[in-house]
Ligand binder design. Structure first.
Ligand code: NAG
Length: 319
């Protein structure tokens, strides 16, 4: 074959390849021989080997888009597709309210892991955590038969709850949840979930949830505390709804002590006490919430001392 012909072929191949790569920011087509292979740079790994807690499944990716990547273990029916849309909506809404979750260059999608017949319950992980390969992850399991089969009020609560943990643990580019010891595993989630349902237009879920939460009672910080009824719902409904929820994390990020961790990420240095919690929520709401706190939690001399100290320690928080 004449030399110039080879050169022209090579040049043509380069031109075709360059064109293919520029075609769109999603799919590119690479031609090789007679096969055409579609390569999507958004594609997550086809499988994901679990290496956290007691989990040891080889997960299979069943769906992905620009918002979510869904993985099932071998016992979850691939006919279950509601998480593809629902979890993408939850994640989209969450990012709209609380900002993005990820560093430049990192995958900031939500990785949704479902298990059938094992690992009852759920847990989150954030883009800060090596435990789940720096992916914003919710991992939910159940031993109930066909646990994830139906999209309904009962099924969506746990996956939605786990996303709320990502919010508290990783919003505003800062790792850790200083309020966790105050509100525990699920009090923040009660209002977060309520707001998500409303934000997604799921009014039936929202009103069902509201009815359930209004009669809940806990033994912290004081016996008989009704977190939703006497703390979160009044603040939410009177001081800006989603904006006041986000405002709490904004107020934290602007004022609460942080440091740069060994791996270079920013993290809160410590937990907050109840008095600081009331001060920070007052900042988010723009009003002094002492009266609301008294109704919700009671007002002890310790709370009073903490609250007074918080006002001295964080004078930038005004209300
Ligand atoms: C989530 O947001 C992305 C980006 O705006 C959008 O393309 C996608 O359709 C949304 N997903 C759902 C399920 O609404």
């Amino acid at each position: 074959m004449p030399r110039f012909f080879i050169k022209i072929s090579a040049l043509l191949a380069i031109v075709i390849f360059t064109y293919a790569c520029k075609k769109s920011d999603g799919a590119t087509t690479e031609t090789g021989g007679t096969d055409t292979v579609v390569v999507d740079k958004n594609a997550p790994p086809k499988t994901w080997q679990e290496h956290w807690f007691e989990h040891e499944q080889l997960l299979t990716n069943t769906f992905y888009d620009t918002s979510v990547c869904v993985y099932y273990d071998d016992d979850v029916s691939k006919s279950i597709v509601w998480p593809n849309d629902y979890m993408a909506k939850v994640w989209n809404y969450t990012k709209k309210v609380y900002g993005s979750f990820g560093k430049v260059g990192n995958d900031n999608r939500l990785f949704v892991v479902l298990h059938q017949g094992k690992y009852s319950g759920g847990h989150p992980s954030t883009y800060f955590d090596a435990s789940h390969d720096y992916r914003n992850t919710i991992d939910c399991g159940s031993t109930t038969a066909n646990a994830w089969g139906t999209y309904d009020y009962g099924t969506v609560a746990i996956p939605t709850h786990e996303v709320g943990h990502i919010v508290e643990g990783a919003s505003k580019g800062i790792h850790n949840s200083p309020a966790f010891p105050v509100w525990g595993d699920s009090k923040w989630m009660e209002i977060y979930i309520y707001d998500v349902y409303l934000g997604l237009g799921l009014d039936d879920f929202a009103s069902h949830w509201y009815d359930e939460m209004m009669v809940k009672s806990d033994d912290f910080p004081a016996a008989g505390t009704q977190w939703f009824k006497n703390w979160f719902y009044p603040i939410y409904s009177q001081h800006g709804k989603a904006a006041v929820l986000n405002g709490f994390f904004e107020t934290l990020a602007r004022n609460f002590p942080t440091r740069i961790a060994a791996d270079g990420s920013k993290e809160y240095t410590r937990d907050m006490n109840l008095g600081e919690f009331i001060h920070f929520w007052s900042g988010a709401a723009g009003v002094n919430l002492k009266e609301q706190a008294t109704l919700a939690f009671g007002w002890t001399t310790e709370t009073n001392a903490q609250f007074t100290q918080a006002q001295l320690d964080f004078p930038g928080i005004k209300y």
